[in-house]
Design a protein around this ligand. Sequence first.
Ligand SMILES: CCCCCCCCCCCCCCCC(=O)SCCNC(=O)CCNC(=O)[C@H](O)C(C)(C)COP(=O)(O)OP(=O)(O)OC[C@H]1O[C@@H](n2cnc3c(N)ncnc32)[C@H](O)[C@@H]1OP(=O)(O)O
Length: 194
Amino acid sequence: MSGTSARLTPPADAVKPVRHPDAPAPGELLGSHYEHCFGCGGGQPHGLHLQATAGEGVNVTAEFTVKPAHQGAPGLAHGGVLATAMDEALGALSWLLRVIAVTGRLETDYVLPVPVDTVLFLEAEVTAVHGRKIYCRATGRTGGAEGPVAVRAEALFIEVKVEHFIDNGRPEEIQAAMSDPDQIRRARAFEVNP
Ligand SMILES: CCCCCCCCCCCCCCCC(=O)SCCNC(=O)CCNC(=O)[C@H](O)C(C)(C)COP(=O)(O)OP(=O)(O)OC[C@H]1O[C@@H](n2cnc3c(N)ncnc32)[C@H](O)[C@@H]1OP(=O)(O)O
């Protein structure tokens, strides 16, 4: 059984999402937002290494290959890892809105077991925006972009300023990130008015 909780239902005066005019072009690889991100960073040996591609609307596609390090039961992906994959794909939608946003709520339906070595084909889209609140959903399919849905998620992301990270992150990592021009460039790519 699946369903959407009241907190993931956009209010009546929510608006349709608008693709930012400076958003990456459809088909463009979005890249990692942070080298050490467990979802997309290349600097995490056991991370998901998820690579997302901009869609034509306010949507992205991504692929995630389940590795032995991602197991929960023998030979099967851990549910938390699959939720992370959904979270990461949904988080990549920020590139298209050009805002920085963090997950406030994430609901996941696990529809099929996902064996190790499976390539999960992810698709995520923003469905509505209400102030700082970004409503979105995602699916993960096996066997191809048109394959059966194995995981489904709905989420609410909340727009934040870069200070959210600077004020709350551990000082070592924040200082390293702020002295890395490439990281600053990537953070600014999210913002309309950096
Ligand atoms: C130099 C450094 C470079 C850094 C470069 C960074 C690059 C870009 C990195 C992006 C990274 C992404 C990575 C993947 C996505 C993650 O995994 S993000 C990590 C997981 N998420 C978090 O850690 C968030 C933790 N939570 C928080 O910090 C705070 O609760 C939040 C979400 C910022 C909200 O707090 P707030 O700003 O005080 O806002 P608040 O007024 O409470 O809520 C605003 C609205 O949202 C609603 N709301 C808030 N929470 C919820 C909820 N859980 N359920 C329902 N509604 C909610 C409120 O009801 C309110 O609604 P309205 O009254 O406006 O109608």
